[in-house]
Design a protein around this ligand. Structure first.
Ligand SMILES: C[S@@+](CC[C@H](N)C(=O)[O-])C[C@H]1O[C@@H](n2cnc3c(N)ncnc32)[C@H](O)[C@@H]1O
Length: 414
């Protein structure tokens, strides 16, 4: 059993290194030294060392806690750039596995405090950590939206749970030049963004990756931005700072499919969501995401395969438009389907659809001409929301208004 686990762990870390998820000796050594299966009792050795997230708690069909996918754990540890002796706060202790890894990296002179909102999970994490012989983690049951002031300031604050906002408590509890790493929702994408605190109080990104985390509960929770469209098997997600969607207009338009115009562009699932989709959401008004809520949807063509079902990006008419419509990126039918890139086109719906389709096709071409930017190419600056007057933005910059902050997105030239 112990030898099997050791072999499986070696294979897992070798594969993560091969895939360049693990880049530094500090992260590699931590992953090699912490037995992940001890944090997942009841899960087979193969399951504990597969490159997959393992859900450990549910609310109905929804997972409320999981051990994150090892690839994502490694990517975030690299983004965090931990150094021996540092003080770290983790929001989302979960199984305790990530806290154990971070403890190995910061060493005896450092300190890891891990908070989880669920007391039962904290109790279980304590048992896992003890069985792995990691007794240095300070576990706290509480709402990590508020940080954990008694341990502040922290050199690093890391959320392993998705947030819609950058809360002032986290910024206040960061040490000068500290780093906040969090899965942040940005107009329909979730991005793991490493933000460095500058002397001017602004946070500037040093690294950005795509991710998909469970959403935060408690004080930091916000309503799900996806709304089900009546009878069509689709949910509509609109940007957090955009106008309310025209649900009736979009639903009616989806019942009137128009032509599919093929483009010369090929997209894979990640391209459509965090490549083209993110770029579109940060450069064009009226962007929305369509998500399948059941296998058969109101779209006449398959959606792009994303996760267990499917989804796509679209441009929708604004509320009050006398010609409601929507135009969506769809795979070109008759092509081999898979998770890899495939040719896409644009399908219009409703009277306003053709004009939106023309805009969407032109945007696809502009995105390709810009070098097909991905999540990692964007830079983000987080600061307070501007008061009063509209501020002037640099050309090409996009300001995303959150409740507690403003996120400024820019795309440096390639
Ligand atoms: C993806 S899991 C974290 C995985 C964990 N890092 C590990 O290594 O197993 C997300 C966790 O965030 C916790 N969570 C959700 N909202 C929270 C909050 N407001 N404060 C602290 N933890 C929270 C959940 O209970 C869940 O355990």
């Amino acid at each position: 059993m112990v030898a099997d686990a050791q072999r499986a762990r070696t294979r897992m870390v070798d594969a993560l290194r091969e895939a360049r998820r693990v880049r530094t000796p500090a992260v590699e050594n931590a992953l090699r030294s912490v037995p992940r299966h001890l944090f997942l009792p009841g899960v087979s050795i193969a399951g504990a060392y597969a490159d997959e997230a393992v859900a450990v708690q549910f609310d109905g069909p929804m997972a409320t806690s999981s051990a994150s996918q090892p690839s994502m754990v490694a990517i975030m540890l690299e983004q965090l750039d931990l150094q021996p002796g540092q003080r770290v706060l983790e929001v989302g202790a979960g199984t305790g596995y990530n806290a154990a890894l971070m403890t190995r990296i910061v060493g005896p002179a450092g300190r890891v405090t891990a908070v989880d909102i669920d007391e039962e999970l904290v109790d279980r994490a304590a048992v896992h950590l003890a069985s792995a012989g990691v007794d240095e983690v300070e576990l706290v049951a509480g709402d990590g939206a508020l940080g954990h002031p008694p341990g502040a300031p922290y050199d690093r604050i890391v959320l392993t749970v998705g947030s819609d906002d950058v809360r002032p408590e986290w910024v206040a509890q960061l040490a000068p030049r500290g780093r906040l790493l969090l899965p942040l929702a940005v107009r329909g994408s979730q991005l793991s963004i490493a933000l460095d605190l500058g002397p001017d109080g602004l946070l500037r990104s040093s690294s950005v990756r795509s991710c998909a985390f469970i959403r935060i509960r408690g004080e930091g929770a916000s309503a799900d931005a996806s709304v089900c469209l009546e009878g069509v098997g689709l949910a509509l997600h609109v940007p957090e700072d955009g106008p309310d969607p025209d649900l009736a207009g979009v639903t009616a338009a989806l019942a009137e499919p128009g032509d599919l115009v093929a483009s010369a562009v090929s997209l894979g699932a990640v391209d459509v969501w965090d490549g083209f989709g993110l770029w579109l959401a940060l450069t064009e008004p009226g962007v929305c995401r369509l998500l399948a809520t059941r296998a058969e949807t109101g779209l006449p063509d398959d959606l792009l395969p994303l996760g267990a079902t499917g989804g796509t990006v679209a441009l929708a008419s604004e509320p009050g438009n006398p010609l409601p419509g929507i135009a969506a990126v769809v795979p070109v039918p008759g092509q081999e389907r898979g998770r890899g890139p495939g040719p896409v086109g644009v399908r219009s719906f409703g009277l306003g659809g053709p004009a939106l389709a023309a805009r969407l096709l032109a945007a696809l071409e502009r995105w390709v001409a810009a070098g097909r930017p991905e999540a990692m190419n964007w830079r983000f600056t987080v600061g307070p929301r501007p008061q009063g007057q509209h501020e002037r933005l640099q050309p090409g910059a996009c300001a995303v208004a959150k409740r507690h902050c403003q996120v400024l997105a820019t795309l440096p030239p390639p």
